[in-house]
Design a protein around this ligand. Structure first.
Ligand SMILES: *Cc1c(COP(=O)(O)O)cnc(C)c1O
Length: 231
């Protein structure tokens, strides 16, 4: 199947899940995760109307932003992978969003390095909702303190929370960590933070995420196919 057909299928999945949840599908942004796939595939998706793309690796992302510079103003580029402090500058300069903030130091660097005159960089705090040792993200207990500190940085605009839950088989099991992230965001909003983004849901758990209130789903495999990792 082509990227066009895959994209259509994913849009149908989002529409169906939104309908089940009595939500408006327009409130769920599809982020196409293009990591490991060539710029030509990003362009193919762009030509099918896709406008938001997610990348995990700084150099690879920068190369694709350059390859699609002719349509830069029409694309939103999201950095969604782990970010080291020596790579923050290019990310602050070139991306529109960062989903993977889990340390204040990284947020401070991004804020300071955001070029004068550009809009604030949209960011999400990554929360480890499954409690796995191996995954990045702050613990749910630490999220509020980090969120308030990040919200105060002038070069950033804190939009919400992101999570990569541990894989689970059933829809009911998949819903648990997504519900946890939704509750955490609700508490932060009640605490005065103007958040509007719940970045959760990937190819395997998109439906569970939409049922629990995801406003942005990050879909790679179901659009571009299986990845072969070289990183
Ligand atoms: C790779 C990746 C995705 C996409 O995962 P798929 O299962 O291929 O849809 C989403 N979010 C993050 C943070 C990723 O690294």
């Amino acid at each position: 199947m082509s990227i066009a057909q895959h994209l259509e299928e994913v849009r149908q999945r989002i529409a169906q899940a939104a309908k089940t949840a009595s939500r408006d599908a327009a409130d769920v942004t599809l982020l196409a995760v293009s990591k490991t796939f060539p710029a030509d595939d990003v362009r193919a998706a762009f030509e099918c109307g896709q406008r938001a793309f997610g990348e995990n690796y700084v150099q690879e992302g920068i190369a694709k932003i350059a390859a699609l510079s002719d349509v830069r103003a029409q694309i939103e580029w999201h950095f969604i992978g782990p970010l080291q402090s020596n790579k923050t500058k290019v990310v602050a300069e070139q991306f529109d969003w960062v989903h993977s903030i889990d340390r204040l130091k990284i947020a401070e660097r991004l804020s300071a390095q955001r070029p004068e005159g550009s809009r604030a960089l949209n960011v999400c705090i990554q929360v480890n909702v499954s409690g796995e040792d191996s995954k990045s993200g702050v613990s749910p207990d630490e999220a509020a303190a980090l969120a308030h500190a990040v919200a105060a940085l002038p070069g950033l605009r804190l939009r919400g929370l992101m999570a990569i839950p541990e894989p689970a088989e059933s829809l009911d099991e998949q819903r648990v960590p997504h519900a946890r992230l939704r509750e955490l965001m609700r508490a932060l909003i009640a605490d005065g933070l103007p958040l509007d983004t719940l970045s959760m849901g990937m190819s395997a758990d998109l439906e569970a995420a939409v049922l629990e209130g995801a406003t942005m789903v990050r879909i790679g495999t179901a659009i571009f196919g299986k990845r072969t990792y070289t990183h």
